[in-house]
Ligand binder design. Structure first.
Ligand code: C2E
Ligand code: CA
Ligand code: CA
Ligand code: CA
Length: 275
């Protein structure tokens, strides 16, 4: 930006004006999308290396924008959080994912992402309880994925919420493990069931840059804390072989399947589980 001495802006950059304008349009579209349910939930299989079959799916939100096509959650989730729309949107995803999953073969789990804003809202536990009651999905088939940013703000409240969720039989996973800070102490302090090793580590596996040792350490740390480990973003056979050798419990990535619409779930089960 062009600024005068002492940092006083003389004028808005036309660029910035356009960006603000575009953002306002996106805001309106997002509000409208929520009213018209212009969202869809895609599912990506999670593969168990112990059972050698698909053991569940992660629900990933998609926004079908009338003009721009599919917009990535990485773009609209932060906006939804800022606008307070993440609460209704998150509750919609939860209800939809549970309703879809209850019709899958028993034993298949459904993992749902929960934003930090949603997690610390007073309504999360009751939203989860409602989704289970309304759909009839047993709590043990639901996993909630949260990132460690949730834990920083208010550790006391977070612990209480985690315990309430576990009281419903629901499992909780720490998502994107290794991308934040003080993950290790968080693992000890909070009752997680699962660690999801971030795809940035998986990408660098087999690169001889020390990543293999980190992944090995995380898997054994998880095991000693009684947690399952899932590796995300597995794209190659070499990565898969390494994760298998290290004793990783579950894997997820394009090597198995991209996230797919609900109609594709039977094909995925037929391909990997023969069912
Ligand atoms: P995430 O929870 O870490 O989800 C994994 C992301 O990695 C997904 O991106 C998935 O499509 C992508 N992915 C899976 N396998 C591979 C692979 O082999 N290679 C590569 N390069 N990528 C892979 P997506 O669907 O675009 O979602 C991005 C993020 O948006 C998610 O990251 C999650 O943080 C957030 N998100 C998605 N759906 C929801 C939701 O319903 N609620 C909330 N709060 N956040 C969501
Ligand atoms: Ca996730
Ligand atoms: Ca992740
Ligand atoms: Ca992520």
């Amino acid at each position: 930006a062009k600024a005068e001495a002492r940092g006083v802006f003389r004028y808005f950059e036309p660029d910035m004006d356009a960006r603000l304008q575009a953002r306002r349009v996106l805001e309106n579209d997002l509000r409208h999308a929520l009213e018209t349910e212009a969202f869809e939930v895609y599912y990506q299989p999670i593969y168990s290396l112990g059972a050698e079959r698909v053991c569940g799916f992660e629900a990933l939100l998609r926004w079908k924008h009338p003009v721009r096509g599919f917009i990535s959650p990485a773009e609209f989730i932060p906006l939804a959080e800022e606008l307070g729309l993440i609460i209704p949107l998150g509750e919609w995803v939860l209800a939809k994912a549970c309703a879809d999953a209850v019709r899958w073969p028993d034993g298949l789990k459904i993992a749902v992402n929960v934003s930090a804003v949603q997690f610390t809202s007073a309504s999360l536990v009751s939203a989860v309880r409602d989704a289970l009651r309304v759909t009839g999905l047993p709590g043990r088939r639901l996993e909630l994925e949260i990132t460690e940013s949730v834990l920083v703000a208010n550790p006391g409240t977070t612990t209480a919420i985690l315990h309430s969720l576990k009281g419903l039989g629901v499992r909780v996973s720490m998502d994107d493990f290794g991308t934040g800070y003080s993950s290790l102490s968080y693992l000890r302090s909070f009752p997680f069931d699962k660690i999801k090793i971030d795809q940035s580590f998986v990408r660098d596996l087999c690169e001889e840059d020390g990543t293999d040792f980190i992944v090995r350490a995380v898997i054994s740390l998880g095991a000693s804390l009684g947690m399952t480990t899932t590796a995300e973003g597995v794209e190659t056979e070499a990565q898969l072989a390494r994760l298998r050798a290290e004793g990783c419990d579950e894997v997820q990535g394009y090597l198995f399947s991209r996230p797919v619409p609900i109609t594709e779930v039977p094909n995925i089960l037929a391909r990997w589980n023969g069912a």
